[in-house]
Design a protein around this ligand. Structure first.
Ligand code: TYD
Length: 229
């Protein structure tokens, strides 16, 4: 097939909803269809962002407060966007990203109780116009997701900074992700992740196909790092 123009497709949701399994399945299907695909993740995905990842997930930044953590997530995102995502999309690659700006809206904004305006300002600077063409929100009851996450990590592994929070916090995040899909139904699609992996993969493909058929990426511009937000 002819080379598509690039796209940014992000995967979001709570802990243990199966994002990484589904991202790799989608990447395989798209590659078999002739697309260039890049799988990446946040926090991380670029050298600068990977350096910040450990600080965030180990909990080393927790004592400095949620504003500090939000700024570190944004700094990591900015580096990831400018060093990896924007160049790849510009070359016609379909970028599949495990978590992106909506995780900051939900984890730092909603359950971190940060002011929406603060989160919006950080987001604008971090993504610099690189709005996802599609965001797939994988949805699962919080307790089921946490169970899966613990099984995946193996018994004895310590939960990370965010996994270790209370069930009620995880439930609040689930609600916030669902709300997001209701507020931005064009960009965000809710996927029931409680079904078999095959059924989830099919639902994801059905949401992705129309996005690949439409013309250019929905990116709102900003080719250069120094563009004013
Ligand atoms: P990770 O182990 O990479 O992955 P996942 O939970 O997606 O399998 O953990 C990333 C953690 O960081 C996760 O608990 C969500 C959190 N996070 C935020 O709080 N804000 C953000 O902006 C991002 C990208 C992640």
């Amino acid at each position: 097939m002819t080379k598509s123009s690039g796209r940014l497709i992000t995967f979001e949701g709570g802990e243990g909803v199966g994002k990484s399994t589904q991202i790799h399945r989608l990447a395989d299907v798209l590659r078999r269809r002739g697309h260039d695909v890049l799988v990446t993740r946040e926090p991380g995905g670029s050298l600068g962002a990977e350096a910040v990842r450990h600080v965030l997930l180990s909990g080393a930044a927790e004592e400095f407060g949620v504003r500090m953590e939000a700024m570190l997530f944004a700094a990591a995102r900015s580096d990831h966007v400018e060093e990896v995502i924007r160049p790849a999309v510009g070359e016609g690659t379909i970028v599949l990203c495990d978590r992106f700006m909506d995780s900051s809206r939900v984890y730092q904004g909603v359950t971190g109780n940060l002011e929406p305006q603060f989160i919006r300002n950080l987001e604008r600077i971090a993504i610099n116009g690189m709005v996802p063409d599609l965001t797939l929100v994988l949805d699962l009851p919080a307790d089921a997701g946490l169970r899966r996450a613990r099984e995946r990590e193996g018994k004895g592994a310590a939960p990370d900074r965010f996994e270790k929070e209370e069930l009620s916090t995880h439930e609040k995040r689930r609600e916030a992700f669902i709300e997001l899909t209701q507020k931005e139904p064009d960009r965000c699609k809710l996927i029931d992740a409680g079904r078999s992996p095959d059924a989830v993969a099919l639902a994801i493909l059905a949401a992705v196909e129309p996005v690949l058929e439409t013309g250019e990426s929905g990116e709102t511009g900003a080719p250069a790092r120094d563009r004013k937000a």
